[in-house]
Design a protein around this ligand. Structure first.
Ligand SMILES: [Zn+2]
Length: 412
C-alpha cells in the first residue's frame, strides 16, 4: 500500500476552516454552538460526505463520520479531535486532528485500503470550557465521566442551559443516549499539536504520547473582613487577599518540591472583592489548577493546599472554603496503539519522542471506555491558544501520514 498525503489540500482546508471565525484573522474565535461554529461544523461534515463517510450527530452534537469496514460487527477504530476554539485562538488546536484525521482516511481510500474494522472520525463538542465552564463536554458525556443529569445543570455565560442551547442548535434526542457502550471502540487515536516547546527544541518531528496528566481544579473562597484602607489598623485586619497570597505560595512550593517535574500548579484567576484601591479585601476567590501524571503526587499537592487552608484560616481569622470543580484520573495510553504508532514512525523513517501530554484532551476521557493514544506534532515555540499558534504544513502532513498508517494497522 502506497500512502500519500495531499499536503497542499490539507493546508488549504485548515485555512478555509480558520475563516469560520468571530475574530479577525489570523485570530480564530469559534465558541461551541454559535452560528459560526455551526457553519464550520457543517463545512467539515460536507467534506466528510464528499468521500462517502456516513454521518451521525448525537444529542450533545458530537459528530461521528464513519467509513464502514467489511465486518461492521467489529469494534470501531476512532480518530478525531475538536474544532471549537477559545476567543482569540489559533488555527491548529484540535483542527489538525479533525482535518488530519479526515485526510488520513482519504489517503487510505486513495491507496485502495479496505478496512475490516470501521474507521470513524469524531468531532467532539466543546473541548474548550469557554461556554459552559467545563472542558471536554462531549467526551465526558460519551465516556460517562459526566452524567446526563449533571450536564443538564450546566449553564452558559448568559444563563442558558445546555438543553436550551443544544436544542436551539437543532439537536434533539436525549443526553442519556450519548454515552457509548464499553467496547464500542477498539482504539481511539488523536493527532494534536503539542501545545508545548519540547518537540521543536529537540528537533523531533513527532511525539508518541504514552500518558496524559491528571487535571484537578478547585475553587477556593477566602472570607475575611473588609474596611477602610486608612481606618482599620494592621493588627485589626482580616485581609482576605493576604490570606489568599499565603495559599498561592504554599501551592507553588508543594508543586516545586513534589519530587517530580510533572507536578504543575497554577492559580490562574484571583477575584478580589470589593476590588477598590482604598478598601481592604473582604473576599477572594481563587481558581486553582493542579496536574500530574501521578494521582498520588497530584493529590499530595492538593493536601498541602488543604492543610494550608486550615492553618491560614486559624492564623488569620478568615474563613476558607474549597470546592472541587473536577478531579480526573491520569490515563495511560493503550500499549497496542503506542506500538502501532511507533511502528508507523519507524516504517516511514521518522524519529519520535515518547511523551507525556500535560494538557488534557478528549482522549483523556475516551480512555475511560477505550484504549487511546495521541500523536503530537511540533508547534512553533509551543504557542497555543493564541493567534500566532503555528504548525508547519510539513509537520502536519508527517503526522497525518503516521496517523493513516496507524489506522490501517489497527483497522485491518
Ligand atoms: Zn485541543
Amino acid at each position: 500500500m502506497k500512502l500519500a498525503i495531499e499536503q497542499e489540500r490539507l493546508a488549504s482546508e485548515i485555512e478555509t476552516l480558520a475563516a469560520f471565525s468571530d475574530a479577525e484573522a489570523p485570530a480564530v474565535t469559534r465558541v461551541v454552538f454559535t452560528p459560526t461554529d455551526r457553519k464550520a461544523r457543517a463545512w467539515v461534515k460536507d467534506r466528510c460526505t464528499d468521500v462517502g463517510l456516513v454521518i451521525r450527530d448525537d444529542a450533545i452534537g458530537n459528530t461521528f463520520a464513519r467509513w464502514p469496514g467489511s465486518d461492521p460487527s467489529l469494534p470501531i477504530v476512532g480518530t478525531g479531535s475538536h474544532i471549537d476554539a477559545i476567543p482569540n485562538a489559533g488555527k491548529y488546536d484540535g483542527v489538525v486532528g479533525v482535518l488530519g484525521g479526515l485526510e488520513a482516511m482519504r489517503a487510505l481510500q486513495r491507496a485502495g485500503f479496505h478496512p475490516r474494522h470501521s474507521i470513524e472520525l469524531l468531532i467532539f463538542t466543546s473541548e474548550e470550557p469557554t461556554r459552559f465552564g467545563i472542558g471536554c463536554l462531549g467526551s465526558r458525556l460519551l465516556s460517562g465521566t459526566l452524567s446526563a443529569d449533571a450536564a443538564r445543570k450546566l449553564t452558559d455565560n448568559d444563563g442558558a442551559s445546555v438543553d436550551e442551547v443544544r436544542r436551539n442548535a437543532g439537536l434533539t434526542g436525549e443526553l442519556e443516549q450519548v454515552k457509548l457502550p464499553t467496547g464500542y471502540y477498539k482504539a481511539f487515536v488523536e493527532l494534536h499539536i503539542e501545545q508545548g516547546p519540547i518537540l521543536e527544541r529537540e528537533h523531533l518531528p513527532l511525539g508518541v504520547v504514552e500518558r496524559i496528566a491528571a487535571p484537578a481544579s478547585l475553587r477556593v473562597t477566602v472570607e475575611g473582613a473588609g474596611g477602610h484602607a486608612g481606618g482599620v489598623l494592621m493588627p485589626d485586619r482580616r485581609d482576605a487577599l493576604c490570606a489568599a497570597a499565603e495559599l498561592i505560595l504554599v501551592l507553588e512550593q508543594a508543586a516545586r518540591t513534589s519530587g517530580a517535574i510533572d507536578t504543575v500548579a497554577t492559580v490562574g484567576i484571583c477575584e478580589v472583592f470589593p476590588g477598590a484601591v482604598n478598601s481592604i479585601p473582604a473576599r477572594v476567590r481563587l481558581s486553582v489548577d493542579i496536574r500530574d501524571t501521578s494521582l498520588a503526587r497530584r493529590d499530595g499537592a492538593v493536601r498541602a493546599l488543604e492543610e494550608a487552608c486550615r492553618t491560614v484560616s486559624s492564623k488569620r481569622q478568615v474563613t476558607i472554603h474549597s470546592e472541587w470543580l473536577n478531579a480526573d484520573a491520569p490515563a495511560e495510553s493503550g500499549s497496542a496503539i503506542v506500538a502501532a504508532l511507533r511502528q508507523a514512525c519507524e516504517k516511514h523513517g521518522f524519529k519520535f519522542l515518547p511523551m507525556t501530554s500535560r494538557a488534557y484532551h478528549d482522549s483523556l476521557f475516551m480512555s475511560r471506555i477505550a484504549p487511546v493514544a495521541m500523536l503530537f506534532i511540533p508547534c512553533h515555540n509551543g504557542y497555543s491558544h493564541r493567534p500566532d499558534e503555528y504548525a508547519s504544513p510539513d509537520d502536519i502532513a508527517r503526522g497525518t501520514l503516521v496517523l493513516a498508517e496507524t489506522l490501517s494497522m489497527l483497522a485491518e
